[in-house]
Design a protein around this ligand. Structure first.
Ligand SMILES: [Zn+2]
Length: 82
């Protein structure tokens, strides 16, 4: 299991495939986001000079805990609930 607060990047043959982390909402679900641009949905990740990751677009766990958040520069930014 991935410890809370860690973000794992799965790279295959130099290609970023997945980014995996534990849901920050406390529900203990492991989230895997596809970075493959030929699939939908697809996310992109970039890290800044200090290695802090930003992921876009936002992550919305529709069917689970209904968490909705951004990861910007290694921090969780919660979206207001609607
Ligand atoms: Zn959650």
């Amino acid at each position: 299991m991935i410890p809370q607060g860690e973000l794992w990047l799965v790279v295959d043959a130099g290609v970023k495939k997945w980014v995996c982390f534990k849901c920050p909402g406390g529900c203990d679900v492991q989230i895997s986001l596809s970075l493959n641009p030929s699939r939908r949905p697809c996310w992109s990740i970039e890290s800044d000079f200090w290695g802090r990751p930003s992921i876009s677009p936002s992550i919305h766990q529709h069917d689970l805990c209904n968490c909705h958040f951004w990861i910007k520069k290694g921090r969780i930014l919660w979206c207001p609930r609607v």
